[in-house]
Ligand binder design. Sequence first.
Ligand code: MTE
Length: 388
Amino acid sequence: MMISRRDFLKNTSAALAAAGAIHPLLSWAADDSVVVPGKDGMIVRSLRFVDLEMPPEYANSFITPVPHFFVRNHMHEPSTLDAADWRLTIGGEVEKPLTLSLADLARLEAHTVTSTLECAGNGRAFQNPHVPGVQWQRGAVGTGRFTGPHLRDVLRRAGVKPAGKHVMFHGLDEVPGKVPPFIRSIPLEKATDADTLIALQMNGAALTKHHGFPARALVPGWVGAASCKWLSEIKVLDKEFAGNFMNPGYRMPNQPIKPGEAVKPEDTHPVTALGVKSIIASPTDGASLKSRSIHIQGAAWAGEADIAHVEISTDGGATWQAAQLGKDQAHYAWRLWSYTWKAPRSGDYTIRSRATDSQGHTQPATAVWNPSGYLYNAIDQVKIHVAA
Ligand code: MTE
C-alpha cells in the first residue's frame, strides 16, 4: 500500500516524524511513499494505530482478498508474535483451566465460516451532526473465509461452570501508555453458537498479523469489535466484562435520540449484531462514463439475517427496480448483486442501492444517529456523469 509522505505526516504525530521514527510495521518506498506490508491500494485512516479502509470498488468479489481487507486496530499490533511460544489460556468460571498451544488448537476439528466483518463505526463519517472517532466512510467491511475450531469445543474441554454467563477475550495488542486494554466479552449463548470460531486461518491461509495471527475470535454477524485479534486469554465470567470497550465504548441508546443529543450510560446497551446494509462497488462515486449502458454492482449484508432483496434507484429514489442477486451465498456473508441500466440521456445521475433482509428490515433513507456513530446503514449512493 502506498501513501504519500505528506499523508503519513498528517496521520502521525509531528514529534514521531521529527525524530525520524517510523512505526515498526511501515517502511519508506523508493518513491517516498509509505508501504504497509501485505496491504494494497487501501485508504489510510490512521497510521499511529493501523486503520485501513477498503476502497468500495473491492466490494465486487464474494471473498475479499486479504490485501484489500480493512484493518481496524485500537492500539499497536503486537511487535513480536512467535507461533511456537504462543499460548491461549482458558480460565474463569470453568472446571478445568487450560493452556493451549497453536498445535493443540490445530489438532481440534476445524470448521470454516464465511462471514462479512464490518466495523461498528463504518459510515461514521456520514453521521450528521459529526461524531468523533475514526472517520470511516463505506469500506470498513469485507468478507472472509475463516477456519478454526469451534470456540464451544474449547469451552467444553474446560467445562463451563453454571455461573459462567459471558466469555471475555483479551488479545496481545501493545497498549500505549495508560490507555485501557482492548478487552471485550460476548454472552455465552453467542460464544457457544456453532458458527463462533477460534479462527486460525483466513481465506485458506494462516491469519496475517494485521488480522490477528496466530488466532482470533470470529463472532459472525456481530460488529467486528466482537472478533478479538491476537487472542491470548479467554475467560468465562458470571457477568458482562466491565471495561472501557464494553462501557462506555460500543454502546447504543436503548431508544432513538435526537441527532446531537447526549444519552445517559444507564439508557444504553452493547452493540451486538450488524444491521441491513448495501454498498455500490461500481460505478464509483464521481465516475464519468462514456457509455449509457451501465452495469451497477455491489454487495449487501444483514448481520445474523439474510438478504431478501436489493433494489436500485436511478431517479433520486422515486422508483426502485430489483437487482439480481449473485449465486454465492453463506449465512453470515454478504450477497453480491447487479443491475444493468440504460441511462436515458447524457447528464448527471445519482444511483442508490437499498437492501431488505429476511426479517423485513429495509435500509433507511437516514441512519439512526447515535453519539458514537455506530451501525450507520443509510441507503448507499454514488453520483455519476454519463457523457455519451
Ligand atoms: N482485537 C484486538 N485485539 N484489538 C483491536 O483493536 N479491533 C476490533 C476487532 N478485534 C481489535 C480487535 C475491531 S473494532 C474490528 S472492526 C475488527 O477487529 C477488525 O478486524 P480486522 O482488522 O481483521 O478487519
